[in-house]
Design a protein around this ligand. Structure first.
Ligand code: SF4
Length: 172
């Protein structure tokens, strides 16, 4: 039987979005608290079933509460806690697990918590635990970008919404 053009149905592409769990109200931060983000765009994405929640540090086996950690600013990308413990392996393992989750859900973009040694996308802290911010990205943000996922922070939700709309209208 030949297929007619009218038999073909086109379904709109729905872009899935990876989001830091703490922004969604999960108490997964090092201090066992959340960083709930009540932005209208995020609320709508949740209602639309687009959001995939991930916390790379929990996925890496670090529980709550846990000592705060920062990336050492010497080019090594080592992650250390305030007590001096090297937790690089857990951060890298959590980043890979977050990326695997994104791949499984065919995620194209991510909204990640700014400033975090895992999720930070434009700045992080300098490894001295003195609240000194420097340009840079966390371990997970860097891995996701390397895999072609576009990363925004919770402060860029309007720009992220425009990006999603452009992707969907172009059918890419
Ligand atoms: Fe939030 Fe990311 Fe830190 Fe988890 S690793 S608490 S998702 S900023």
């Amino acid at each position: 039987m030949r297929l007619r053009l009218t038999d073909i149905r086109y379904y709109p592409i729905v872009i899935k979005i990876l989001v830091s769990s703490c922004l969604l109200g999960a108490p997964v931060r090092h201090d066992a608290r959340d960083k709930m983000c009540d932005h209208a765009v995020l609320r709508r994405w949740i209602e639309e079933g687009r959001v995939v929640s991930v916390c790379p540090e929990m996925l890496g086996g670090l529980g709550t509460p846990r000592p705060p950690a920062e990336i050492v600013n010497d080019g090594s990308r080592r992650v250390i806690t305030r007590d001096g413990a090297d937790v690089t392996h857990a951060f890298e393992s959590g980043a890979r697990a977050a990326a695997d989750q994104g791949y499984a859900d065919n995620v194209r973009i991510a909204i990640l918590k700014s400033g975090s040694p895992s999720c930070g996308s434009s700045f992080i802290y300098d490894g001295t635990f003195s609240k000194t911010a420097i340009p840079g990205e966390g371990i997970t943000a860097a891995l996701l970008r390397g895999q072609g996922i576009v990363v925004f922070s919770e402060e860029e939700l309007d720009a992220a919404e425009e990006y999603v709309a452009a992707l969907e209208s172009s059918g890419r």
